[in-house]
Design a binder for this molecule. Structure first.
Ligand SMILES: Nc1ncnc2c1ncn2[C@@H]1O[C@H](COP(=O)(O)OP(=O)(O)OP(=O)(O)O)[C@@H](O)[C@H]1O
Length: 277
């Protein structure tokens, strides 16, 4: 897989306070990384370094030419704009036409239940609504790399689900994603691999390379006979009336959709993790 952004022995300190020490990391095309760590461990700093928004103290940040990066910060600034005005400016800056911007705003405001807040000054919005403006901004144009810092912060459950769906759609279109958050379930859903920051460095990573989908289906020989030939399927086992199918993580949503279309009952979806150092 092609490297879009690479950190080589990157260290970052703030006035002598070392936050990251000799970190090596590659953001690969189409790969999705979850960043886990305690408060203050350096997740936001790492994301800002990946985004190229923070200068590194030593080491190198390399970036492939002409790639587009969308970034959702942990704290959205309190601005004297309405969300519609702000997104209009951002869309124009990103080269979208007026009608494209209006279409995106309508669709995304509906999707995130923000229509009533469209014309309220951002500085008066609640924390969750402000975060939704940041999320909507990052979804208006398809990037090569989507960087998300605590994107669910303050969002209600329905908006969280909408957000997961939207990120999954980008993922299926090959967008690379790095997401820092404290919700492990979100990382398991959205990441192929999780890195853990502690003691100023990335000391281990978990690979979510395979998903195991457990389901039941009415007698459907066509499905069972073709399952092993479907994209990304590694193997399948039939145990009494249940089927366990092992599928590469990036194909699991596609397979889930197929199973649901055939009225299968999904019992569970689990990640098989491999640890690497
Ligand atoms: N601009 C800055 N100036 C000085 N120190 C900073 C700055 N940004 C971050 N730090 C310090 O760097 C350390 C790591 O902060 P960072 O926000 O990256 O952690 P985090 O893992 O994202 O934390 P949280 O989970 O609480 O959001 C903290 O000690 C923080 O005080």
């Amino acid at each position: 897989m092609e490297d879009l952004i690479k950190l080589e022995n990157v260290s970052k300190d703030y006035g002598g306070n070392i936050v990251l020490k000799e970190v090596n990391l590659a953001i690969r095309r189409g790969q999705s990384i979850g960043i886990i760590g305690a408060n203050g461990s350096g997740k936001s700093t790492l994301l800002r370094v990946i985004a190229g928004l923070t200068k590194v103290t030593s080491g190198k940040r390399l970036q492939k030419n002409n790639i587009k990066i969308n970034y959702v910060p942990e704290h959205f600034p309190k601005m004297n704009f309405t969300p519609a005005e702000y997104l209009y400016h951002i869309g124009t800056f990103q080269g979208l036409s007026k009608s494209e911007i209006e279409e995106h705003i309508e669709k995304l405001f509906d999707r995130f239940n923000m229509q009533l807040m469209k014309n309220t000054m951002i500085k008066y919005l609640s924390k969750g609504s402000m975060q939704k403006v940041a999320v909507i901004q990052s979804l208006m144009t398809k990037p090569d790399v989507l960087l998300l810092d605590e994107p669910l912060s303050g969002q209600d459950l329905e908006s969280q689900e909408r957000f997961v769906e939207a990120v999954q759609e980008f993922r299926e279109e090959g967008v690379s994603i790095a997401i820092a958050c404290h919700e492990n379930h979100l990382i398991e859903k959205l990441a192929d691999r999780a890195i853990v920051i502690s003691n100023k460095t990335i000391h281990s990573s978990r690979e979510y390379t395979t998903k195991v989908i457990q389901f039941k289906c009415e007698d459907d020989p066509i499905l069972l006979n073709t399952l092993d030939r479907m994209d990304g399927v590694i193997k399948s086992d039939v145990l009494k009336d249940q089927v366990h199918v092992y599928v590469k993580a990036q194909y699991s949503n596609e397979l889930l959709k197929k199973l649901l279309d055939r009225d299968c009952y999904i019992i569970s979806v689990n990640s098989v993790m491999e640890y690497t150092d």
